[in-house]
Design a protein around this ligand. Structure first.
Ligand code: G6P
Length: 579
């Protein structure tokens, strides 16, 4: 969590840093701050959103600077705990993404040696440690203190009177953007899109010494060459483009992002890996976990392939016996728990595959092979197009194992996704917006679809929502059913249609209003539910997608009706780099 950005060149640093931080706000948005090398090290930092107080930073001078947008871990979000943090002399400023796990020991030692701390953060120890080792050479000082730090970090440091940024990374992402007599640094590529398409993904243990005209990367004290890669996104992809929210734009981009991910296909190495697997274990968190669960239902029934799915945070501490291929699914490619699980799978000599949307992200370096989704930048904190792009990648694996049996369904799925974008949802939105609790139920692959529908609803509307396997509702949650508790049920033709219909009638008998998603023309279902939402009568794989998109829209419009901050829901961040 947290986003960091740095600029060094000939231009005024402040507007570039502010713009970059806005692009990174999805990583954390409880406070922000900047420091530039002007007549001295000039610092501005503030609790709250960037757009609320960015004007206060306009006085910062200089063409070298660093910035930070925060998701609080150590110390509440306020002006003092916001980054950058400075040393006792005010000559050194530091921004940091990650956690310094031994910070309390370091802080105690530094305090004993006379340092004065202003904030409650772990990061401030870095500024004071650099101060102790700084004799005019910032690179040497940073190199001297890195071995003292335990935990994870991406750091940018500046000092007064020097047009220089020193950057270091270990277990938190850091990218350099190479321009013409200017260099950028950032937690990911999105702040760079405006300025350059040439990027360098730093490796864990790298330290970069950056001036306007040159950058030198060191690893274990030796100069190393890191390849310059071209970004495969463009700046338009990261703009709101006339939509009220990024989330709505991203929901509407799903026909394209799904299609592009299918079109990109799977390369030969990955194909071989998939065909050789006699069992697959998937690890993921949050929304990505829901895609893996949907995959399990579909792959086990369509290709008779044993699949196990594990939440990353559990896997690390309760690692199951592992056989076969291990796949890590992560839109950001930086989720700490998923990375830890992936590393454990590698340590056990399993072949590993990453599915991610983020070129150059940590999972792509850890895993043996990668399938890169083609969703483009997703700015809204709630995952939408990255979710369906993950399903695109996972459905291709199913298709491969089934000798292309679903070629036709997958190559036309984007059309059906486009159809449901126009679905009328007013009545359902009105019902949900009034509710305190909403249940989402389905069977088979529609169970994870329901879990994802509930997650979307709770994270952006703040309405309590739960996703259940439809048959489970009577084992407890029925006690909560009232005429004010809507149940959203996905019920499409297939072996569970009859039993789903019975479940819905049981809910109706408890007077819960039922909103049902069923295939267009299902007048029988439409006849006994309160609100019927049709989805196209397509292949089951495609129904999983269209039902999911309808539930995204339901959550989105409900959150808008309640005037929530849809793109930046409270307390959340899009990239969760802490355990
Ligand atoms: C955060 C995001 C979710 C995401 C989860 C896992 O909680 O807000 O949208 O599903 O992390 O992230 P990943 O990047 O690994 O898919």
């Amino acid at each position: 969590m947290c986003g960091i950005v740095g600029y060094i060149g000939r231009r005024d640093a402040t507007p570039i840093l502010i713009q970059g931080l806005k692009r990174l706000e999805y990583r954390g948005y409880d406070s922000f701050g900047l420091a530039t090398v002007g007549s001295a090290v000039e610092v501005y930092k503030k609790a709250g959103r960037i757009s609320d107080s960015e004007a206060g930073a306009s006085g910062l001078a200089g063409s070298t600077g660093i910035g930070h947008t925060r998701w609080a871990t150590h110390g509440e979000p306020n002006d003092v705990n916001a980054h950058p943090h400075i040393d006792c002399t005010g000559r050194i400023a530091v921004v940091h993404n990650g956690i310094i796990e031994n910070y309390s020991d370091l802080k105690r030692q530094l305090t004993e040696r006379g340092h004065t701390f202003l904030s409650e953060t772990d990061t401030e120890v870095i500024a004071h440690l650099i101060e102790e080792h700084y004799d005019g050479d910032l690179l040497a000082a940073v190199n001297a203190i890195l071995p003292l730090l335990e935990g994870s970090y991406a750091i940018l440091a500046i000092t007064e009177n020097t047009q220089r940024i020193v950057a270091a990374r270990d277990a938190s992402p850091l990218v350099l953007g190479v321009g013409d007599a200017e260099v950028f640094a950032a937690s990911d590529m999105t702040p760079l899109l405006e300025y350059t398409e040439r990027v360098i993904f730093l490796e864990d243990g790298d330290v970069a010494d950056i001036t306007p005209d040159r950058y030198t990367i060191y690893h274990d004290g030796r100069v190393v060459e890191r390849p310059i890669e071209l970004i495969n996104w463009c700046v338009e992809d990261a703009r709101k483009g006339g939509f009220a929210h990024y989330m709505l734009k991203e929901i509407y981009e799903q026909p394209q992002s799904f299609y592009e991910t299918i079109r990109a296909g799977i390369d030969d190495h990955v194909r071989q890996m998939i065909m050789e697997a006699d069992e697959i274990t998937l690890v993921a968190c949050g929304t990505s976990y829901h895609t893996t669960l949907a995959f399990k239902y579909l792959a086990e029934s369509f290709c008779n392939l044993p699949v196990r799915v594990e939440v990353g945070s559990e896997f690390k501490y309760f690692t199951p016996p592992l056989r076969g291929l291990v796949i890590a699914v992560s839109q950001s490619g930086e989720t700490a728990d998923t990375i830890a699980a992936l590393k454990m799978a590698k340590a056990r000599n399993c072949p590993t595959l990453a599915i991610t949307n983020m070129q150059g992200s940590t999972v792509t370096r850890v895993a043996d092979e990668t399938i890169l989704m083609r969703a483009g930048p997703e700015i809204g904190v709630a995952a939408t197009k990255s979710y369906t792009a993950q399903l695109a990648a996972l459905m291709q694996i199913i298709n491969l194992r089934c000798d292309g049996a679903f070629d036709d369904a997958l190559s036309h799925a984007h059309i059906a996704i486009g159809d449901v974008l126009l679905q009328e949802l007013h009545e359902a939105v009105d019902l949900c917006a009034k509710a305190e609790h909403v249940f989402f139920v389905g069977r088979g692959p529609f169970y994870p679809v329901s879990m994802e529908g509930a997650l979307k609803m709770k994270e952006i509307s703040y309405i309590h929502a739960e996703g259940y396997a439809a048959g489970e509702l009577k084992h407890g949650p029925f006690a909560l059913l009232t005429p004010e508790t809507p149940v959203v049920a996905v019920c499409t033709p297939g072996p569970t249609y009859g039993v789903m219909a019975s479940n819905i009638k049981e809910m109706k008998a408890r007077k819960a209003p039922v909103i049902a998603l069923g295939v267009a023309g299902d007048t029988e279902l439409a006849g006994f539910v309160d609100i019927f939402i049709p989805i196209p009568n397509t292949h089951l794989l495609v129904q999983v997608l269209t039902a999911s998109v309808v539930l995204q829209l339901l959550a989105y419009h409900t959150a808008c009706a309640l005037q929530r901050d849809v793109d930046k829901p409270r307390n959340l961040a899009k990239s969760v780099t802490v355990e």
